[in-house]
Design a protein around this ligand. Structure first.
Ligand SMILES: Nc1nc2c(ncn2[C@@H]2O[C@H](COP(=O)(O)OP(=O)(O)OP(=O)(O)O)[C@@H](O)[C@H]2O)c(=O)[nH]1
Ligand SMILES: [Mg+2]
Ligand SMILES: [Zn+2]
Length: 313
């Protein structure tokens, strides 16, 4: 039977089969011994299982299929002998941000987007709590991200506004949830999938008990697809972004960079810079430019914290 790994804990693997059954599986030594330069098995992996004990719903994993994509921990300054995979086959990162309460800090949103971009998984934005601002004001505040090309959804978990459209977008995908504490991620996921009962007002993190979720965990959606709870963007190498790669993580800057006179242009002060020309023509938003400069500064001066508090991640 084909299925997807929901989580890995201790020696057990929870698998949801395509038929909809949940099985507790083990990985046989034969597969463990197959040496591959990557994490053996993680949430999101497609697997084939053999129902060893159908009454107890216990199975054996007979094969792990190749991954389409991965969310991996970046290990800077190492020769990375082994890829450290957090989640297999992620399709999108959903960055959740509040329109109000807390007052939106667009610099913080940009940090999340940069982290998402650096993971090379496509991202989109969900603006929550529009009950506090009205949709129009939220669109004025965050419209600049639509201009860049990010899909933006305006929702209210509290009032159940915009959730159906979002649910349709999540269909048949593996979606990774990110965003600062208090944005309403848990509230929103509870709306998307009633019955999950994630605790609101409590940080969504990997468990610390006996059955610790080692990497990520997938929550199946009745409407199709999965939401992934990951250890956080901190794991995506956000701490280690180098100044010269930063422009790759701003789509609207990345777009102009190939036309700069110097191929290694940082867009700060070089002559013949197509990015600053676009900025002068008003084709790059001043706020985003300010964010770029700030992050460039931080990455050059080696502020490893990258401006995040632990609670943001
Ligand atoms: N007004 C309003 N409040 C909301 C909405 N969604 C969530 N909240 C409130 O915002 C607070 C934080 O919500 P959570 O869902 O716990 O936020 P979170 O993003 O999961 O936070 P962490 O788990 O700490 O990362 C709670 O008090 C919620 O009741 C909304 O749409 N409108
Ligand atoms: Mg939460
Ligand atoms: Zn340039």
């Amino acid at each position: 039977m084909y299925g997807v790994v929901l989580r890995v804990y201790s020696d057990f693997i929870d698998v949801l089969t395509d038929e909809g059954g949940r099985w507790q599986c083990k990985v046989p030594g034969r597969l463990k011994r197959r040496r591959r330069p990557t994490t053996l098995i993680v949430a999101g992996d497609r697997v084939i299982i053999n129902p060893a004990d159908p009454d107890k719903r216990e199975g054996l994993i007979t094969d792990i299929l190749p991954r389409k994509s991965t969310l991996s921990r970046r290990r800077p300054n190492t020769t990375m002998p082994i890829e450290d995979v957090i989640l297999a086959n992620p399709d999108e990162i959903m960055v959740v941000f509040a329109a109000a309460s807390p007052e939106p800090n667009l610099f913080l949103l940009d940090r999340f987007l940069v982290a998402a971009e650096s993971s090379e998984v496509p991202s989109f934005i969900v603006i929550n709590k529009i009950d506090l601002t009205g949709e129009e004001r939220a669109e004025k505040l965050f419209g600049l991200y639509e201009d860049i090309g990010y899909p933006v959804f305006y929702v209210s978990a509290a009032r159940n506004l915009g959730v159906d459209a979002l649910r349709r977008h999540l269909k048949d995908h593996i979606t990774v949830v990110a965003g600062p504490s208090g944005a309403g991620k848990s509230s929103l996921i509870n709306r998307i999938q009633p019955g999950l009962n994630l605790r609101v007002g409590e940080v969504m993190r990997m468990g610390k008990g006996k059955h610790t979720t080692r990497w990520a965990q997938l929550y199946p959606l009745d409407s199709g697809g999965f939401i992934a709870d990951t250890p956080g963007l901190r794991e995506l190498g956000l701490w280690d972004i180098r100044p010269h790669e930063l422009s790759d993580y701003f789509p609207e800057i990345r777009r102009y960079a190939p036309q700069c006179r110097f191929s290694d242009c940082t867009h700060i002060a070089e002559p013949g810079c197509a990015v600053r020309e676009a900025l002068a023509r008003g084709e790059i938003h001043p706020h985003r430019w300010a964010s770029y400069l700030q992050l460039f500064d931080e990455s050059s001066t080696g502020i490893s914290e990258f401006g995040f508090r632990n609670s943001d991640l």
